[in-house]
Design a protein around this ligand. Structure first.
Ligand code: CA
Ligand code: CA
Ligand code: CA
Length: 241
C-alpha cells in the first residue's frame, strides 16, 4: 500500500497512537522513595523477570519474583505482606529493564546509579551483577542496605548501557522460613536512559495493519502475524546463571 492510499482520518489516528507512545516516555516525572529521588520516575524500575532460582526456606506467597518489579510498594505492618520477594538462602534473581536502560550518571544522588530496596528486620546482603546480554556479567560486589545505592561508574565504560541486573543472596542471616534470604521490594536505576518499550513497538506493529485493513476493507494476514514475544524477556533459568 502506498502512503497516499491511506485516508486522512486513518493517518490522524496513526499519528495519535505513535504520539501517545512517545509522550508517555517524555513526560516522566521524578518520584521519591525512601529518600531516594528517581528523576525519570516509575520507568526507572525493573520491568520483567528473566529468571528466578529460589534458595531454601522461601515459600509462597513470598517467593513470587514479580514482587521485586516496579516501584517500591512494601508497607511495613501493612495488611498485605507480599510487597517483596524473599530470595531464599542463596537464591538468584535476574530482572530486566524494558522501557529504560541502566547507565552511569554523576549528577544525581551523589552519582549512585542503581538502588536495591531490601526490606525487613534483618539487613541482608546479596551479590550484585549487571549485564547487557545475559552472557557477560560485571560483578559489583556484595552489598547491603535498606535501600542500598551503587555507583557503577568504577566498573563500566562511559556510554555503556545495561538491561539486566542479577542478585544472589549472600547467606548473611535471617535464614529461616517462610522468607529466608534478602527480601527485595524493588530495583531502580537512577542512571536511566528511556528507550522505546518492546511492548510499544509491538503495539505499533500489531495495531497499524489492523487499522489499515479495517478502513480499506481489505483483510490481511499481516495483522495476525505481527511480531510478538520477541526479545529477551523469557524465563530461562539455565541461561541466566
Ligand atoms: Ca522500567
Ligand atoms: Ca554513577
Ligand atoms: Ca515490591
Amino acid at each position: 500500500m502506498r502512503i497516499d492510499e491511506i485516508p486522512k482520518s486513518l493517518k490522524r489516528m496513526m499519528m495519535m497512537i505513535v504520539g501517545s507512545i512517545s509522550v508517555s516516555v517524555a513526560t516522566a516525572a521524578p518520584l521519591t522513595f525512601g529518600g531516594v529521588t528517581f528523576p525519570d520516575g516509575a520507568i526507572s524500575f525493573a520491568d520483567a523477570v528473566v529468571s528466578f532460582i529460589p534458595g531454601s526456606n522461601t515459600v509462597a506467597p513470598f517467593n513470587d519474583p514479580t514482587l521485586a518489579l516496579g516501584t517500591p510498594d512494601f508497607v511495613p505492618g501493612g495488611s498485605d505482606p507480599r510487597g517483596s520477594l524473599a530470595l531464599g538462602n542463596g537464591g538468584a534473581l535476574v530482572v530486566a529493564f524494558a522501557d529504560n536502560l541502566l547507565v552511569d550518571q554523576s549528577d544525581t544522588q551523589g552519582g549512585l546509579d542503581l538502588y536495591i530496596f531490601e526490606i525487613g528486620p534483618d539487613v541482608q546482603a546479596f551479590r550484585l551483577s549487571i549485564s547487557d546480554d545475559l552472557v557477560n556479567w560485571i560483578d559489583l560486589g556484595t552489598v547491603r542496605g535498606q535501600p542500598t545505592g551503587i555507583d557503577i561508574g568504577p566498573f563500566v565504560n562511559p556510554g555503556d548501557t545495561f538491561r539486566y541486573v542479577r542478585l544472589v543472596d549472600a547467606l548473611s542471616g535471617g535464614m529461616e522460613p517462610p522468607f529466608a534470604g534478602a527480601d527485595i521490594d524493588a530495583i531502580g536505576a537512577i542512571g536511566t536512559r528511556a528507550v522505546p518499550e518492546p511492548g510499544s513497538a509491538e503495539l505499533v506493529a500489531a495495531v497499524l495493519p489492523i487499522l489499515v485493513t479495517a478502513n480499506l476493507g481489505r483483510r490481511r494476514r499481516a495483522a495476525a502475524t505481527a511480531p510478538r514475544d520477541q526479545g529477551p524477556f523469557v524465563r530461562t533459568a539455565d541461561q541466566a546463571l
